[in-house]
Design a binder for this molecule. Structure first.
Ligand SMILES: [Zn+2]
Length: 78
């Protein structure tokens, strides 16, 4: 699901996947929270200097991505 969130934000999903994702968002608050965070991250990265090398930006994005994940199936307290 977390990969889908990135594709969703980047508009890389097909219309069908997009619809299914939105359906899931309606039922899953973890994904809604994750989507909110990804969008926030994108805005933050978008505000960085444009001359930043792609590698640095990607490294930052990766850092943000793993910074706080929504609880997964192996989350003990749920
Ligand atoms: Zn979900």
């Amino acid at each position: 699901m977390t990969d889908l969130v990135s594709d969703y934000v980047d508009h890389h999903l097909s219309m069908w996947d997009r619809l299914r994702f939105q359906l899931h968002l309606g039922m899953c608050r973890h994904c809604r929270e994750y989507l909110r965070q990804v969008r926030l991250t994108r805005e933050t990265v978008g505000a960085l200097p444009p001359e930043m090398p792609d590698e640095v930006r990607d490294a930052l994005l990766d850092r943000f991505r793993t910074w706080r994940r929504p609880p997964g199936p192996d989350d003990a307290y749920r």
